[in-house]
Design a protein around this ligand. Structure first.
Ligand code: TYD
Length: 391
């Protein structure tokens, strides 16, 4: 479908001394002709993606914190309202969701291998098992805590390459009436927003209702609900149960019909997408080179995982964007993987007083615009999805 060339592991921010040893792989996606699952063609071992120095923090924005507090309250009021409920979160990160569950005194366990991040969850009173979720880990949890009423994941299920072990683990751990709920980047959004920078090593699968339904059936589950989540530009929340336990909501059929109508499993759609992505690359490079030649200054705003994809695919290095600013302390002082743009704290943005800001964290545009009104009055923002624009 799309080849984005040689790329690093997108959240493996690195020190200058480690450049020579940097891990690179070929970032390309394709679609399975039998189940329509869109996926990475080459995947990166999870020990490389989620290591002790893993920099992603799910609590990195107020929008994320509000969203996950709301998700937790909804689960508490519905699926977790019975006697002595138990919830397991796959990839709990810094505890942004489970913190609300823990405060309500509900039995819970986060399963996440990135120790530096899970320390933050523990500080928030969240119980964490440092492990990759899979069938044997699920058996251990069940033996110790019993079966789960809810298994939850947010931006983690699509990260797990070994779908067999994951779904068998869910089968082992989920109670007979339990739900498996996960919200993940949506192929429909990636294509409609031209969000090709959502494609990176951590996102192994790019779900649609159709491909998730196929996956559910293959492992003895049923897709009974879909809903929209606003994060990362627009995701879908899927709910799976054991077959026949709940009447599927009309939203499932509606989304499946919409996907057929939009051709989300159609090679022609992917060809159009790939052509438009190549145009973004050409337009963005032309713009940045023009600005440099005219002596204008450009600073990158935000260093999400997306930054690695767009800078490495387009060939944007420090000669075009001398540095990016990001509010995550763990990223500051390091380099963006592959393209090696230095990451500095947000104050550096004010000090540099640039003419242009290239908005990498575009999914947080509202929060960032509210914060950077002084810059907006004199400088200009550059966006590159769904197309390159300055304003
Ligand atoms: P995030 O949306 O979590 O994306 P991804 O999953 O693509 O890595 O990352 C947003 C990044 O932007 C994160 O590193 C924090 C940063 N950020 C700022 O620097 N300033 C801000 O005001 C906001 C909201 C985010």
């Amino acid at each position: 479908m799309l080849d984005l060339g040689r790329q690093p592991s997108a959240n493996r921010f690195l020190a200058r001394a480690d450049i020579a040893r940097e891990f690179m792989f070929r970032l390309a996606i394709g679609m399975c002709h039998s189940c329509t699952m869109v996926q990475l063609i080459e995947d990166v071992p999870e020990e490389i993606r989620y290591h002790d120095g893993y920099r992603y923090r799910a609590s990195g924005s107020a929008t994320h914190r509000r969203h996950f507090a709301r998700v937790a309250r909804e689960l508490l009021a519905t699926e977790l309202a019975g006697p002595n409920p138990f919830i397991v979160e796959i990839g709990c990160n810094d505890g942004v969701m489970l913190e609300t569950i823990a405060r309500a005194g509900v039995r819970h366990l986060g399963v996440d291998p990135a120790k530096e991040v899970t320390e933050l969850a523990r500080e928030r009173g969240v119980n964490v098992l440092d492990a990759f979720f899979g069938d044997s880990v699920a058996e251990g949890i069940r033996a110790e805590h019993g079966s789960a009423d809810v298994i939850f994941g947010a931006n983690t299920v699509c990260h797990i390459a070994y779908q067999d072990s994951l779904l068998r683990g869910v089968d082992t751990l989920l109670g007979p009436d339990g739900v498996f709920v996960f919200e993940e980047p949506y192929l429909g959004t990636v294509i409609s927003q031209m969000a090709f920078d959502q494609i990176y090593d951590e996102h192994v699968y790019y779900f649609t209702a159709r491909s998730v339904q196929q996956m559910a059936q293959r492992y003895g589950f049923e897709l009974v609900d879909v809903g929209r989540s606003p994060l990362h530009g627009g995701e879908i929340r899927y709910t799976l149960t054991r077959p026949g336990r709940r009447r599927p909501s009309p939203a499932v059929g509606e989304l499946l019909a919409d996907e057929r109508h939009r051709g989300l499993a159609d090679p022609v759609t992917f060809q159009r997408f790939a052509d438009a992505v190549a145009k973004i690359r050409d337009d963005l490079l032309t713009l940045l080179r023009d600005l440099r030649d005219r002596g204008s200054t450009v600073v990158g705003y935000g260093a999400p995982g997306k930054t690695a994809t767009v800078t490495n695919y387009c060939g944007i290095g420090p000669e075009l964007v001398p540095f990016v600013v990001d509010s995550t302390p763990a990223k500051q002082g390091l380099l963006v993987p592959g393209s090696h743009l230095p990451v500095r704290p947000p104050q550096a943005f004010t000090t540099a007083n640039p003419d242009y800001a290239l908005l990498f964290a575009w999914n947080h545009a509202d929060e960032i615009m509210a914060k950077e009104q002084a810059f907006s009055r004199r400088g200009k923002w550059i966006r590159y999805v769904p197309d390159v624009r300055v304003g």
